[in-house]
Design a protein around this ligand. Structure first.
Ligand code: SLL
Length: 146
């Protein structure tokens, strides 16, 4: 599989967390309901490039290794604490690309002087560019034509 020497292919993605405080319904171990997600930065379909997305949750969760082979690439859970989530992307076979990882911290609280509210969620979203340098020619041709 020939690689294109002077070419790179950039995949813009967004990773984020969205957390709702449970207010009166909160208990000691469940204070928030949250979702962690990965999507195309412009909501484009990633299935022709991404084969699977794995979210590695804190070990206090059951089955912390959550694998998604189709969109939406997201996990919704309930808990009490903030932690770093390792997000691993695997790409389609024809790309011959290695997996890449993105670390994203689950955010439940806005900050010291901001009271909790059930009216709006706490969001933490980051734009990332996955860069394929010297992509395999056949893969590159396929993805730029779709
Ligand atoms: C902290 N280092 O101490 C972090 C750990 C872990 C959060 C946070 C589990 C809930 C469940 C959960 O929310 N863990 O067991 O279902 O802040």
């Amino acid at each position: 599989d020939r690689r294109l020497r002077d070419t790179e292919f950039v995949l813009p993605v967004v990773v984020g967390t969205c957390a709702w405080w449970l207010g009166k319904k909160a208990s000691d171990t469940v204070t928030h309901r949250w979702t962690v997600y990965l999507r195309g930065a412009n909501n484009e379909d990633l299935t022709h490039i991404v084969q699977k997305v794995t979210f590695e949750l804190h070990h206090t969760f059951q089955n912390p290794h959550r694998m998604l082979v189709q969109p939406p690439y997201e996990v919704t859970e309930q808990g009490w604490g903030e932690f770093d989530i390792n997000i691993t992307l695997s790409f389609t076979q024809d790309s011959r690309e290695k997996d890449i990882s993105i670390l994203h911290r689950l955010k439940l609280y806005e900050g010291d002087n901001t009271p909790n509210t059930t009216k709006k969620p706490v969001m933490s979203e980051v734009y990332e560019e996955v860069v394929f340098s010297e992509p395999v020619e056949s893969f590159y041709r396929r993805v730029v034509s779709t």
